[in-house]
Ligand binder design. Structure first.
Ligand code: PLP
Length: 410
């Protein structure tokens, strides 16, 4: 029988990183030791006390029941204390905080709660895929705004795009520090956004996944700390990167009570809450490790960043050090620019045994770049640089152009 899929699913394009992943798996099956700097999947584990507490409560069958969709009250209270200690934010645990199955799930369901056919959203480009596709799945339109060179230029473009459009976009979905470009902003940026959003009554969402993964002297501002931000929007934080708990699937939506209530309502239909031991483990992380663990993980990524960027610069691939996130957003080396990001990523995979994400996977504004995730240790990153150097010495841009295709899927 032929299964007829919904238009919603048919509208989704093939998974852009599919081909790269498929080649990586094939090469590994053939015994190649591929250094995987592709996906932003943290390679460390949660703090050990978090793991111990989680194991302990697992023995209690009560934790095996359905949990509370919005998060257990003790956890929501702990999140409230956490953001107060960290950002001097005062949020009511029951009406201004909601637990999500990671921020990806939260953003997806929030799009379903807030958007529908006829609505549109402004999103910076290049873009993390769910920032685009959550709105599309909800039936809304997406208008991308190129990030540009500076955040002042981006703001100007964002506001002028809004002014030009009719009907007016309903929402702005931001993500600073930004994936994939690692772009960062200062508090003044969010002040301008809130001022504009209040004036035009636009909802603002900030995906703050990389809140703590910041380097050198840079500290990422929370959108919610700007006066009146809570009137216009919400911010998502996650345990995935700050506490290296990506597989645990837990994050939080914070801010505007009306938006939180809408998300709570839709989630009430879809899920029965996060597994209780995960919520209890998260309480321990937020209560006992908030001051140390996020900085500890950030320092690991910073050391890797230094090895990667300094190593690539030494072999003549000029890249700037990112100030935040677990990614380096690298322009394709000058001589190879003409081959494009899809071919260059395949070349690195086949000829250097190094897996990276092609920029085009994040939209056309990502073309000309590669996203290198710093998710292997310093020794492996040094090895990756050596292998890249050797591959570039052995293969000219014309040979890369000839050997590889720029297609996403077979
Ligand atoms: C910008 C951004 N938002 C959200 C996520 C997903 O986070 P979570 O694990 O909380 O769903 C990621 C993961 O890589 C991300 O880079």
């Amino acid at each position: 029988m032929n299964i007829n899929l919904s238009d919603r699913v048919l509208r989704l394009p093939p998974y852009l990183f599919g081909k790269i992943n498929q080649i990586k798996l094939e090469l590994r099956r053939q015994g190649n030791d591929v250094i995987d700097l592709g996906m932003g999947n943290p390679d460390k584990g949660a703090p050990s006390e978090v793991v111990e507490k989680t194991k302990e409560v697992l023995d209690d069958p009560k934790t095996h029941h359905y949990s509370r969709s919005k998060g257990i009250p003790q956890l929501l209270r702990e999140v409230s204390k956490y953001v107060e200690k960290k950002y001097d934010l005062h949020l009511d645990p029951e009406s201004e905080i909601l637990a999500t199955i990671g921020s990806k799930e939260g953003i997806s369901h929030l799009s379903l709660a807030l958007l529908g056919p006829g609505d549109s959203v402004l999103v910076p480009a290049p873009s993390f895929p769910i920032h685009i596709w959550s709105a599309i799945i909800a039936g809304a339109n997406v208008i991308t705004v190129p990030l540009g060179e500076t955040h002042e230029a981006f703001l100007e473009k964002l506001f002028s795009t809004y002014e030009m459009l009719w009907p007016k976009p309903k929402m702005i979905l931001l993500n600073f520090p930004h994936n994939p470009s690692a772009a960062v902003v200062d508090p003044k940026f969010f002040e301008e956004v809130v001022r504009f959003a209040l004036k035009h009554e636009i909802i603002v969402i900030n995906d703050f996944a990389y809140a703590d993964i910041t380097f050198d002297d840079y500290k990422a501002p929370s959108f919610l700390t700007v006066p009146n931000a809570k009137k216009v929007g919400v911010e998502f934080i996650t345990m995935s990167k700050s506490f290296s708990m990506a597989g645990w699937r837990i994050g939080f939506c914070l801010g505007n009570p009306q938006i939180i209530k809408a998300l709570e309502k839709i989630k009430g239909y879809y899920d029965y809450g996060i597994f209780a031991p995960v919520q209890i483990g998260s309480i321990i992380a937020l209560r006992d490790h908030w001051e140390t663990m996020p900085d500890h993980y950030a320092s690991i990524y910073q050391a890797r960043r230094d090895v990667l960027v300094e190593g690539l610069n030494k072999i003549g691939w000029k890249i700037e050090k990112p100030k935040a996130t677990m990614f380096t957003w690298a322009p394709i080396p000058e001589a190879y620019q003409k081959v494009g990001s899809m071919r260059f990523a395949q070349f690195l995979l086949y000829e250097a045994d190094v897996c990276v994400s092609p920029g085009i996977g994040f939209g056309k504004e990502g073309e000309g770049f590669l996203r290198i995730a710093m998710v292997e240790n310093e020794e492996r990153i040094r090895q990756a640089v050596r292998q890249i150097k050797k591959a570039m010495n052995n293969t000219s841009p014309d040979q890369v152009l000839e050997k590889y295709s720029d297609q996403f899927t077979d």
